[in-house]
Design a protein around this ligand. Structure first.
Ligand code: AHR
Length: 362
């Protein structure tokens, strides 16, 4: 009996233990149910977030779409690569277009009008959103510009203008005031030679025949000298804005009248740098025997001034790419733009050159 009792007690305890274990198990189950609930809550939260995520994704997708809507295809017909100035100008415009996230179609006209006309026709057939155009010469682009207008493609004149009456053929012209550059050169010369007695003989290296800067820089220079008859332009010829031609033409000026040249007025620094070489080879000292005036204010001119071989350069700023891209975007966005926007510029003399040369960006 005792044994039986003992056995019953053991059985009872075993049952009790089982009950307790099962209760524990239930409570664990409850715990895990809670965890599941938590998980579910979390999941629910996630699910609640899901629409939010979806919204974010949708928003991001819309943004991408908007960005690609904002992305323009811009055709850029550049004059060529004739000078240091041009290289800096090409880089400024190309970088500004691509940095703004637009697609660039570039064409180097190699200083040939027919190349620029066919580039613009190709931009039209590609249905670009805008055309940036720096015309090598002022005339002869009317037909192709009309074709762009008929196709609904806006043209932005950069650096150089056209001589066309119908100004509805372009949106705006952003570039330097070339006439003023010519005036600045002449004013500097008049002041510099104020104490000089007698006639002053000037030789002039013109830019590309028929180009806006060649026409305007000549006109501005002559306009100021009209009131100072002692200044006489004795020889004037084109050097096509290049160093090689500048040197060659200066050689011929020197050959024909080498001992009577007081001043060289060059429509750009590249031609002036070529001419400096010709003057030295002829046996004269540039900037001393012959005053040398250039236009552009490129690094090469600063180097020549630091070396004492060039007297002055009139700035023509090529770095207007970012401003140009902003104007294109404004126009596409429906903003009205003025027909003419001038780039701000300065003038630098030999005695300033050493201090400024390191800060020059082109
Ligand atoms: O149109 C700007 C002129 O063209 C620059 O003065 C000259 O250097 C360039 O080639």
């Amino acid at each position: 009996m005792k044994k039986l009792f003992k056995g019953r007690v053991i059985l009872f305890l075993a049952l009790l233990l089982l009950l307790m274990l099962s209760a524990c198990g239930n409570s664990n189950e409850e715990g895990s149910a809670n965890t599941d609930d938590n998980n579910n809550a979390e999941n629910n939260n996630n699910t609640m977030n899901e629409p939010e995520n979806n919204n974010n994704e949708e928003e991001a997708a819309e943004e991408v779409e908007a960005d690609s809507d904002d992305q323009l295809v811009i055709g850029f017909s550049q004059v060529g690569a004739e000078s240091e100035w041009r290289t800096a100008n090409t880089a400024s415009i190309q970088d500004a277009i691509t940095d703004a996230g637009h697609e660039l179609q570039f064409s180097d006209g190699q200083q040939q009008q027919e190349n620029q006309i066919s580039a613009i026709r190709s931009f039209i057939s590609q249905e670009v959103d805008a055309i940036v155009f720096s015309p090598v010469v002022e005339t002869g682009f009317e037909t192709v510009m009309q074709e762009a207008k008929d196709a609904g493609i806006p043209i932005f004149l950069a650096d150089r203008a056209v001589d066309i009456e119908d100004d509805s053929l372009w949106v705006t012209f952003l570039g330097s005031d070339f006439v003023e550059e010519g005036r600045k050169a002449a004013r500097w010369l008049v002041e510099e030679m104020a104490d000089h007695d007698g006639e002053i003989n000037i030789v002039e290296l013109q830019g590309t025949v028929g180009s806006a800067p060649a026409i305007d820089r000549k006109a501005g220079f002559e306009e100021v000298l009209e009131d100072h008859p002692q200044f006489v332009i004795t020889q004037s010829q084109t050097g096509d804005f290049t160093r090689t031609d500048g040197k060659e033409v200066m050689e011929s000026f020197l050959r024909s009248d080498g001992d009577n040249i007081d001043v060289l007025y060059s429509h750009n620094d590249d031609m002036a740098i070529g001419a400096i070489q010709a003057i030295e080879e002829y046996g004269l000292k540039p900037a001393e025997d012959i005053i040398v005036i250039g236009v552009d204010a490129v690094k090469g001119a600063f180097e020549a001034m630091v070396a004492g071989k060039m007297n002055v350069t009139i700035e023509c700023n090529p770095q207007f790419g970012p401003q140009l891209v902003e104007l294109i975007e404004d126009h596409i966005g429906g903003e009205e733009l003025p027909k003419r926007i001038a780039v701000e510029e300065d003038m630098y003399t030999m005695d300033q050159a050493a201090d400024l040369i390191d800060s020059r960006q082109y």
